[in-house]
Ligand binder design. Structure first.
Ligand SMILES: C[S@@+](CC[C@H](N)C(=O)[O-])C[C@H]1O[C@@H](n2cnc3c(N)ncnc32)[C@H](O)[C@@H]1O
Length: 237
């Protein structure tokens, strides 16, 4: 239990109230273009249970009162973000390129917990909170995002045959993704922690090798509620 007497039960009550307050029709359109509201109706209980499982695995690895930079944070991250802020007194910068998604999530947070210092910010995570470094970087299913990097996504998930790859597009996307990994890694203090999905680990291994940092990966993996990628933790020194 946190010093302020807030435990996971209270954090998840807040989480469920925020989830209840969200506009699922619009969120459905943003995520899935069609049939989204129905998908969410099925998935929302998992957002709570898997998000809590991720938060319970993450918080013991993080110092109280530190700060996290979350890139590509959406609905799935809500329980973890609430856990960090409410239970661990941490500050959270949560970035997402989809401005409307940030507005919708923030409307839910504002309606339920206006006093809580947690809001999503629209924009490139590299550009938010300039000059600040973080002891934790959260990056779940970003380098595999089909909207941002269609070719990298198909390669990462093994959904394209080598003969079908548009190599020029692949190279362009890979350099953009490398630049993102570099920019994010530069915001992480050492020792630090990265929460990321198994498919994205190699982006951070490459950056660590460049600056001769060591990385130790956790054994345990937690499934995520929306994309379904397994997520684990990288300790960076
Ligand atoms: C596939 S979604 C994953 C969302 C969420 N993490 C999840 O697991 O459900 C990828 C997200 O990454 C965001 N994204 C991609 N590049 C980004 C960047 N440079 N800064 C912030 N967000 C970014 C996109 O806007 C998108 O919302």
């Amino acid at each position: 239990m946190s010093r302020a007497g807030v435990d996971w039960l209270a954090a998840m009550q807040t989480c469920r109230r925020v989830l209840d307050a969200l506009d699922w029709r619009e969120l459905g359109e943003i995520y899935f273009h069609w049939g989204g509201e129905g998908f969410w109706r099925e998935r929302v209980p998992k957002v709570s249970t898997l998000g809590k499982a991720l938060g319970q695995a993450l918080l013991p690895r993080l110092p109280r009162g530190g700060s996290s930079l979350w890139v590509g944070a959406g609905v799935a991250e809500l329980p973890v973000l609430l856990g960090e802020v409410m239970l661990h007194g941490r500050s959270v910068t949560a970035a997402n390129l989809r401005a409307r998604e940030c507005e919708l999530l923030n409307a839910g947070l504002q309606a339920v917990a206006p006093e809580l210092p947690l809001r999503y910010q629209a924009g490139d995570a590299r550009e938010l909170a300039p000059g600040q470094v973080f002891d934790h970087l959260g990056c779940i299913s970003v380098f595999t995002d089909p909207e941002t990097w269609p070719v990298l996504s198909e390669v990462a998930y093994g959904r394209i045959a080598p003969v079908q790859i548009d190599v020029e597009k692949f190279v362009v996307e890979r350099e953009q993704a490398r630049a993102l990994a570099k920019g994010l890694f530069a915001r992480l203090q050492r020792p630090g922690l990265v929460t990321t999905s198994a498919e994205e680990v190699a982006w951070f291994l490459e950056q660590a090798a460049e600056v001769e940092a060591s990385i130790e990966a956790s054994e345990d993996l937690v499934e995520t509620a929306v994309v379904g990628d397994p997520v684990g933790f990288l300790s960076v020194r």
